[in-house]
Design a protein around this ligand. Sequence first.
Ligand SMILES: [Cu+2]
Length: 151
Amino acid sequence: MLKKSLLQRAALLALLSSSALAHAAEALSIDVYRDPNCGCCKEWIKHMSENGFTVHDHVEPNMSAVKERLGVAPRLASCHTGVINGKFVEGHVPAEQVKTLLGRSDLRGLAVPGMPMGSPGMEMGDHKEKYEVIGLTQAGKDEVVAQYPGH
Ligand SMILES: [Cu+2]
């Protein structure tokens, strides 16, 4: 009798944790819009996939229209634009920062403006430029969310 209820409990726990996992996977799904000829965009998509994101890849001939629609300020613009939970992810933002964005209701999105060398998807051997991850607040202000040193 005791054995049986332990087994049932284990089965219940397994069920609970698998639904929690399914939830996490759902939360980590991201849409990415990119130009058909963008190589570094594909490298960034690879970086996101390797870090637990399910990426829905959209080839988009008119990226400036996408950025405008999603509220990416021109000063923050880069190559590809991602969308997760209604927030934008502009350019080569590290996956670890995208995860923190999910808990930031005060931000409209995150950006790594331009295409700094050494950011995820922009690897050039050992060469790393220093860069910042910028958050765009609901009020439309830039906020430095993270800094990555160069060397
Ligand atoms: Cu790029």
